[in-house]
Design a protein around this ligand. Structure first.
Ligand code: ADP
Ligand code: MG
Length: 242
């Protein structure tokens, strides 16, 4: 599992994560909610080992991300899809998906290509394998991004506001795919503003408020007026969403 224990992260004098603890066990879909600037992306970047921690510890299946050798192994267990479409513009869609399995996992090209084509077909992009990212819509690019993450066959999928740059129709396309992955038992740590969607697919919801994780509850309890919704910050956040 992913275990975040008492993590502190500062930028200059600003404490962006202030003693955050969280676990994601296999099969869970854990959604992180919180206002803009509350530290959600920083937390995801810390789990990826992209930020140095100022306190606490993060392990992925027991591998400490602060240890460079263990981080290299941990990165093979989790794959991340970010908000912006960070596909390689000079490579075809297929190549974007096959690159990491070939180069990082050193798997044979024909096998990887066949799997990549199957993944693209599963998200409705069978006919785009030879296109370049610039020829795709935002929603199509994000679907390629999800395929690229899944091609690594990760144990954990981390998603940071993957639909926030998309219009409602494209958002629906991408959420449909994530909903299917969730129902297939894919383990996910999911940062989103799509509250209703999160409510449908999450096993647990955590709420970050100014770098503090103030609530971690099973989804039904999070939306219970006597539990999660009883927190003024959460109530305020959700009323702004609708
Ligand atoms: P969220 O994803 O919840 O919107 P972020 O994790 O992106 O929040 O940011 C949390 C806070 O950390 C914000 O105040 C942001 O300005 C600050 N921050 C994030 N990254 C950096 C950085 N590289 N340098 C300085 N401050 C940063
Ligand atoms: Mg963010």
């Amino acid at each position: 599992m992913i275990a975040v224990e008492g993590v502190v992260k500062r930028f200059g004098t600003q404490t962006v994560l202030d003693g955050v603890s969280l676990t994601v066990a296999p099969g869970e879909v854990v959604t992180i909610l919180g206002s803009s600037g509350s530290g959600k992306s920083t937390l995801i970047r810390c789990i990826n080992g992209l930020e140095r921690l100022d306190g606490g510890r993060i392990t992925v299946d027991g591998l400490d991300v602060a240890n460079p050798r263990q981080l290299a192994q941990a990165r093979r267990l989790s794959a991340t899809v970010f908000q912006l479409f960070n596909l390689y513009p000079h490579m075809t869609v297929l190549r974007n998906v096959t690159l990491a399995p070939e180069v990082v996992l050193k798997r044979p090209e024909p096998e990887v290509a066949a799997e990549a084509r199957a993944l693209l077909a599963s998200v409705g992009l069978a006919d785009k394998a030879d296109a370049y990212p610039a020829q795709l819509s935002g929603g199509q690019r994000q679907r390629v991004g999800i395929c690229r993450a899944l091609a690594m066959n990760p144990r954990y999928l981390l998603l940071d506001e993957v639909t926030s740059a998309l219009d409602p129709e494209m958002t629906a396309e991408v959420l449909a795919i994530l909903g299917r992955l969730a129902s297939q038992g894919t383990t996910m740590l999911f940062v989103t503003h799509e509250v209703e969607f999160a409510r449908r697919i999450s096993t647990r919801i955590v709420f970050l408020d100014q770098g503090r994780l103030i609530v971690d509850l099973p989804t039904a309890d999070f939306f219970d007026p006597a539990r999660g919704l009883a927190h003024p910050r959460i109530n305020q956040f959700l009323s702004k969403m609708t």
